[in-house]
Design a protein around this ligand. Structure first.
Ligand code: S3P
Length: 446
């Protein structure tokens, strides 16, 4: 997003029952990958359902700047790629806006090309750690032109002679795993990433679909993911399912607004992404996956959610990777559940678009919830309702904004977020879809 855009405060007003059937836009993780792999493939990739949000559009611009042709024709985005290692030097810096995923995955691409690229981002992205991606890529042969620098803006120089590596992930991050696997496509030999906790596997699935050789092998507690180098990808058709991380806000709203009954159609239900849905079921939430099917190599379902009496639960640390983006909205739900919800293992939340652990706790406290941060854990003690009436600082973080614009639909007094513009980075249709279900928002911020 444009860092100079003017903030737009927004209030969520108490809502009557939410009803209806809706579709959410395409999955953000899959959309980034479809554009990037399309650019690394020969021939044409046709993407149906691409998420047209700022983060993904910045990735589309980046692949265009690197010589791929990417554009929309009717309902379909077409990418004409230049083959693995075949991209060309951009004329200027690549601006990734607010997107950690776009930046980190593209670092894997840049690593395999012998040219220099400057990457920039907004204030939120420029604070986020890049060392986690740069460390393995430096081992493979990438150079940082400002040695020692670990945050954007960064100028990187790749090489056609990338070395394959075996890399054990120090943090459970699909972005880091993906960057190394993408670089590995360009290397001379097999590159292996070892993960202890399963993170989202869209890169592995989609690379296979594009014709790369990717082996996944369980070894004791760990999984070894190996990609063959000198890869050749060929353009493919991609169908992007609905984003479960966006659907989570609608589902949360339906759970906490009395009398609600909604269905969200065509949502990705890949088990590496559904931790939130499992958790709310454990809390007593009436959430069912209907019409489960396979679409384009990913599991998909229609998710029906009805307002429910919820009770607090303990969310184990092992579940964090499968719901890493959903903790702020789970905290909103927990404020309406009876008793304590304890969420463990949240260290990674501190390095998202904001420090989500602090931002979530502060926003809830400002609205009368009982909330505590205990090391890497968040503890919310709910009651039958949330007072509301508070102002939430969003820190350029779309998910913080949407989580509180969800909680405010069921709180006694309205909840106001200090800015809503950055919602466009992932879910521009958030407000119209919520309104279609019966929610109301007010722009004056009060
Ligand atoms: C993403 C992975 C997650 C997630 C992000 C998207 C991806 O980040 O938070 O929104 O598409 O790979 P980490 O892998 O760094 O946890």
């Amino acid at each position: 997003m444009n860092p100079h855009s003017i903030s737009k405060p927004l209030s969520a007003l108490k809502a009557g029952p939410l009803k209806g059937r809706v579709r959410v836009p395409g999955d953000k993780s899959i959309s980034h990958r479809a554009l990037i792999f399309g650019a690394l493939a020969t021939g044409t990739t046709r993407i149906r359902g691409l998420l047209e949000a700022e983060d993904v559009i910045n990735t589309a611009r980046a692949v265009q700047a690197l010589g791929a042709v990417a554009g929309r024709h009717g309902d379909i985005w077409e990418v004409r790629g230049r083959g693995v290692g075949g991209l060309r030097a951009p004329e200027g810096p690549l601006d990734f806006g607010n997107s950690g995923t776009g930046t980190r995955l593209m670092m894997g691409v840049v690593a395999g090309h012998s040219f220099t690229v400057t990457m920039t981002g907004d204030a939120s992205l420029s604070r986020r750690p890049m060392r986690r991606v740069l460390a393995p890529l430096l081992e493979m042969g990438l150079e940082i032109l400002e040695p020692g620098k670990e945050t954007l803006p960064l100028t990187l120089k790749g090489t056609h002679e990338l070395m394959p590596i075996v890399y054990r992930l120090p943090v459970p991050s699909a972005q880091v795993k993906s960057a190394v696997l993408i670089a590995g496509l360009h290397a001379a030999g097999k590159t292996t990433v070892i993960e202890r906790e399963a993170t989202r596997d869209h890169t592995e699935r989609m690379l296979r679909h594009f014709g790369a050789t990717v082996a996944t092998e369980a070894k004791g507690e760990e999984t070894h993911i190996t990609v063959d180098g000198d890869a050749e990808l060929s353009g493919k058709d991609i169908l992007v399912p609905g984003d479960p991380s966006s659907a989570a806000f609608l589902a949360a709203a339906a759970l906490i607004v009395p009398g609600s009954d909604i269905t969200i159609e065509g949502v990705l239900t890949n088990p590496t992404r559904t931790g939130l849905y499992l958790t709310v079921q454990e809390m007593g939430g009436d959430v069912t996956f209907e019409n489960s099917r396979d679409e384009g190599g990913e599991p998909v379902a229609d998710i029906r959610v009805r307002a429910s009496r919820l009770k607090g639960v303990r969310v184990p640390a092992e579940r964090a990777p499968s719901m890493i983006d959903e903790y702020p909205v789970l905290a909103s739900i927990a404020a309406f559940a009876e008793g304590e919800t304890r969420m463990d293992g949240l260290a990674e939340l501190k390095v998202k678009e904001s420090d989500r652990l602090q931002a979530t706790a502060a926003g809830l406290a400002a609205n009368g919830a009982k909330v505590q941060v205990d090391g890497d854990s968040l503890i919310v003690t709910g009651a039958s309702g949330l007072k509301g009436g508070g102002l939430v600082a969003t820190h350029l973080d779309h998910r913080i904004a949407m989580s509180f614009l969800t909680a405010g639909l069921a709180s006694e007094a309205s909840i106001v977020v200090d800015d809503s513009t950055m919602i466009a980075t992932s879910f521009p249709e958030f407000r119209p879809l919520m309104e279609q279900l019966g929610a109301h928002y007010r722009e004056d911020g009060r």
